[in-house]
Each structure stands twice: as structure tokens, then as C-alpha cells.
Design a protein around this ligand. Structure first.
Ligand SMILES: [Zn+2]
Length: 287
């Protein structure tokens, strides 16, 4: 079970989507994720905490650091200054509470407050600077609570995004391009064994949990021709677990890269070897 709080979940979904669909505007950010050989250390073979989870986690980190800007801090310090003599207003506005604290609070994750952190160093919020915030976040990371929060939000964001096959295709195309680009360089020796001689990832068995997840997401139907593959209506239709971006095109062995196809579509539609999916979903009821 996933205890979903939907706190900022859709906001993060949107950020992830923006980065993936406008990747040319985020090259610097993306490079920090996969550039200069980093992609090799992100690779895993059908981990439940998938490569997409890792990517979402990376984006959430970036957002939390981004929210801690000089300008945002100054604005909050102004509020603190203006309402100094009106404690009721201050307790409502809570300018010294950071966004990350609000998120931790919402998830019932005990942590030291930023004010308390400053107090221990005999500093006042009004005179603190951006480095104090970074140091505070660093401290949250050390205690593990920051990671716990980011991992939880990442699972919720994955839960929502996984339904969107076009986004899965987009993510996997981006990763495949990065992997292809890096394939011109020498690979770290510890990961060489997961690659085939042609330089793409070796085929790995798709675990049962991944097959079940994909089967249920795609409602037991071929995503291209809508044929029923449940075996309850037609025993001859066999399900095929297809890599959205084929392994031969530097696709990943990751649950985000798998979809349900019938045997015929798997053979015909994919002959060109290009990434293919569809925008068709079974709705909750017909309109
Ligand atoms: Zn089909």
C-alpha cells in the first residue's frame, strides 16, 4: 500500500513533465542527472525503485534547493520585520518556516525546525542568510529525514505519472539518447557485464511484479490495437511485454519502459524499431 498524501504531488508531476517535454531548456539540469557518464551509475535492472523514481527524486531535490533562493528569503525577512509587533499575524504567516518544513510537517515526519536550528546558534531569522538555509537542509539530509521525504514524494509522483504512457516514452527516449551518446566513451568496468557486444543493454527477464503492474495499467489489452489479452475472452491472444524504446535503440530494462502489446502488433508495428505507444486509455465509463 502507498499512503498517498497528494501534498504537492501534482506540482512535482508538472515540473517533471515540463523538464521531459522541454528538455532543450533544461540541458544543464539534465546533464547533472545523466551527463559525463553519470547515466551509468543510474542504471539498474528492473528495480522496484525504478530509474524514473531516481529521476523524479533528482527533480524534487532541485526544486527544494531552488525554493531556497536569496530573493525568497529576503521577502520572508521583510514580512517578519513588518509584523514584528503583531504576534498573531506572525503565527499565521510563519515567515521563518521553510517550504521543506511544511512538507515534512504534512507527512508527519519529525524534524528540527529552522527557527530552532538558528536558535541553537543564537541567530535570529531576520539576520540569517541563504547559507544558513543550505546548512539546515544539509542537517536534515544527515538525519535521513530529507531523504525519507523525497523518496516518499517520488513514489507518489511515480504513482500518478506511470499511467501516462506518452510520458514514459518521452522519459525513456531521453535516457536512451543519453546512453547512446555515452556509448562512444569507455564504460566503467563494473557495469560492462550488463551490456551486450553491440553496445546496448542485454535483455533481462521482466520480473513478475513488473508484468503485473503493466498488465493492470494497460487493462489487459494491447495498447496499439486494443485486443483483449486477459485470456478470459480469447485464449489465443497472447500478451507480450514490449520495450517502448527497444533495447536495440539503447532502451532501458526499467518498468517505465514496458507496455502491453499483442503478438501481432509486437511483430508488425515495431518492425522499424522506433519507440511506439498510443494515447488511448480505457476510461472509467463511456461518455
Ligand atoms: Zn495489438
Amino acid at each position: 500500500m502507498l499512503e498517498a498524501k497528494f501534498y504537492d504531488t501534482y506540482y512535482f508531476c508538472n515540473v517533471v513533465k515540463s523538464v521531459l517535454y522541454h528538455s532543450e531548456s533544461y540541458l544543464g539540469v539534465l546533464n547533472d542527472f545523466y551527463g559525463d557518464g553519470r547515466i551509468y551509475y543510474r542504471l539498474s535492472t528492473f528495480n522496484k525503485y525504478s530509474i524514473l523514481h531516481e529521476f523524479i527524486e533528482f527533480i524534487i531535490h532541485d526544486v527544494y534547493y531552488d525554493q531556497s533562493s536569496e530573493a525568497a528569503l529576503e521577502k520572508k525577512q521583510k514580512i517578519q520585520e513588518n509584523y514584528q509587533d503583531i504576534p498573531i499575524a506572525l503565527s499565521l504567516l510563519r515567515p521563518s518556516t521553510l517550504p521543506i518544513e511544511l512538507a515534512l510537517k504534512h507527512h508527519n515526519m519529525p524534524h528540527q525546525s529552522f527557527e530552532d536550528f538558528l536558535d541553537k546558534q543564537s541567530k535570529k531569522f531576520i539576520e540569517c542568510n541563504i547559507d544558513d538555509i543550505y546548512e539546515f537542509i544539509h542537517k536534515l539530509r544527515e538525519t535521513g529525514v530529507f531523504h525519507e521525504l523525497v523518496e516518499h514524494i517520488s513514489k507518489e509522483v511515480f504513482h500518478v505519472l506511470f499511467q501516462n504512457r506518452d510520458l514514459m516514452k518521452n522519459f525513456n527516449t531521453l535516457m536512451a539518447n543519453a546512453l547512446e551518446y555515452e556509448s562512444k566513451q569507455e564504460r566503467p568496468s563494473e557495469i560492462k557485464k550488463i551490456f551486450s557486444r553491440t553496445g546496448v543493454l542485454k535483455r533481462a527477464a521482466i520480473p513478475q511484479w513488473a508484468r503485473r503492474a503493466v498488465f493492470f495499467r494497460d487493462r489487459g489489452r494491447c495498447v496499439l490495437c486494443n485486443k483483449d489479452l486477459s485470456g478470459q475472452i480469447n485464449l489465443e491472444n497472447k500478451e507480450n511485454y514490449d520495450h517502448i524504446v527497444p533495447l536495440a535503440k539503447h532502451g532501458l530494462n526499467d518498468i517505465s519502459n514496458i507496455q502491453l502489446l499483442c503478438k501481432e502488433c509486437n511483430q508488425h508495428e515495431k518492425r522499424a524499431g522506433e519507440a511506439v505507444t498510443s494515447d488511448n486509455y480505457q476510461s472509467w465509463y463511456t461518455y
